[in-house]
Write a protein that binds this ligand. Structure first.
Ligand SMILES: NC(=O)c1ccc[n+]([C@@H]2O[C@H](COP(=O)([O-])OP(=O)(O)OC[C@H]3O[C@@H](n4cnc5c(N)ncnc54)[C@H](OP(=O)(O)O)[C@@H]3O)[C@@H](O)[C@H]2O)c1
Length: 240
């Protein structure tokens, strides 16, 4: 049975990706650190595994891959946890991602579309000093990792791309933005599309790159930010 594997698919963007994949009737495997939200594991076609990529990058991967050949491999995780952010970011975002891609590459379904999408961030291009340096370096490394594998896995028909979101509202942060209307208004005010984006909108971009409509796109980074990064910083400052 062909399956899609979503790493970090229990919350945020990853969970939105999983919901959309399941709606198409495809089988989906999901890896997260903790158990999924109540009710999620009851959906038809989904199986959840737990494992901590920061300490054990291989985790339950062999068991997951034994479930069936891969159609897509989608990364939506980021480091959160105890310990030094630099080591954690590099281990979780770079070393674990590399280990999973290399272990999974021989398991793609040779008869169907094959693709890998890594969720990066706008901080792969810009500096957001509320985030640690390791997050920036890990995301920039992820973009170059995607280009590397786009070239080296291309002959096997596997496409590899990244999506770089700016800040967005997810189910888990909706109450925070609702409770902080000034911040939400300021972020909306500097966005050309005049609002904040939603996790579901990032998930749609990921699934576009993962799917057949992007069949000749590989090694690219798709920025999903409502146009914020098009503007010169002084121009944004005048809007505040
Ligand atoms: N949120 C934003 O505004 C924003 C902006 C730009 C880019 N991004 C990027 O978008 C992606 C998704 O962000 P998000 O905010 O949707 O993330 P999130 O809500 O924090 O969810 C992260 C997912 O990754 C899993 N995960 C985290 N650490 C893990 C580990 N060590 N081992 C296994 N699974 C692990 C989490 O599982 P548990 O919950 O069980 O730990 C969860 O399923 C990330 O790559 C992030 O860097 C986010």
């Amino acid at each position: 049975m062909r399956q899609h594997l979503v790493i970090g698919g229990t919350r945020g963007i990853g969970r939105e990706v999983v919901k959309r994949l399941l709606a198409t009737g495809e089988a989906v495997s999901v890896l997260g650190r903790k158990a999924p939200s109540p009710g999620d594991a009851e959906a038809a076609g989904v199986r959840y595994w737990t494992g901590d990529l920061a300490t054990d990058p291989a985790g339950p991967l062999a068991e997951i891959l034994a479930r069936g050949p891969l159609g897509s491999l989608i990364f939506c995780h980021r480091f959160k946890g105890p310990g030094e952010a630099w080591d954690g970011e590099l281990r979780t975002s770079l070393s674990a991602t590399k280990a999973i891609i290399e272990a999974a590459a021989p398991h793609f379904d040779p008869t169907g579309p094959r693709s890998i999408v890594l969720t990066s961030s706008i901080v792969s291009h810009f500096v957001a000093d509320e985030q640690p340096v390791g997050y920036h370096v890990a995301k920039a490394g992820m973009n170059q990792m995607a280009r590397y594998y786009a070239v080296t896995l291309g002959a096997r028909g596997i496409r590899v791309n990244t999506v770089s979101p700016s800040v967005f509202i997810k189910e888990e942060s909706a109450a925070f933005y609702a409770d902080n209307p000034e911040l939400t208004a300021r972020l909306s005010g500097i966005t050309p599309l005049a609002r904040m984006g939603f996790a579901g909108e990032v998930a749609e971009a990921i699934l576009f790159l993962a799917g057949e409509r992007a069949s000749f796109i590989t090694g690219q980074d798709l920025i999903v930010d409502g146009g914020i990064s098009l503007q010169a910083p002084p121009s944004m400052a005048r809007k505040l």
